[in-house]
Design a protein around this ligand. Sequence first.
Ligand code: CA
Length: 219
Amino acid sequence: MRVLLVEDDVLLGDGLAAGLRDAGLGVDWVRDGVAAEAALAAEQFAALILDLGLPRRDGLSVLSRLRQAGNSIPVLILTARDQVADKIGALDLGADDYVVKPFDLDEVAARLRALVRRAHGRAQAVLEHGDLRLDPAGRSLTQAGVPVAVTPREFNLLQLLLENSGRVLTRRVLEEQLYSWGEAVESNALEVHIHHLRRKLGGDLIRTVRGVGYMMERG
Ligand code: CA
């Protein structure tokens, strides 16, 4: 799951980005509202973490313009304790949730997972498909009750496919969700991850849709 973090405070942004990466999320970080809009226009993110007090364009304007443009990406607002009016304003403008600074990193990660889950129309935290069970919070994967060892990238790829089961995911969408900016991506990296997942979980689990991408049938 790849998220966009918009925070101008360097210390806070650095800590948050590192903590969320440790929790298994892909994080791209920008420091002002204009850069945030450019990133959102160019790439697909699973969620947006948005500070309100930002240079060049403030968080409330970014949020308002985003919703006016019909973008329904889940948005988690970062607010200071004394910004009650801003918090209410943000929720009224279409923010999905907020956390108050200083916040707990585990709480931010958990709230993000819940937002993305709701955006996919799921109430359950654990993803199941046949005898496969993937727990995004615990970062664990089992098949028929037996733990399966996968790399963090394989885990994220499988999570994406499970979250979108019944839908074809294009190569472009998968690569955008799996890799952050500036990461060197080998042209066949995606195929290699799919190959490894099939070897570990069974060859017929993930379908290749020739010339388009990959999908899993509904579980
Ligand atoms: Ca700020």
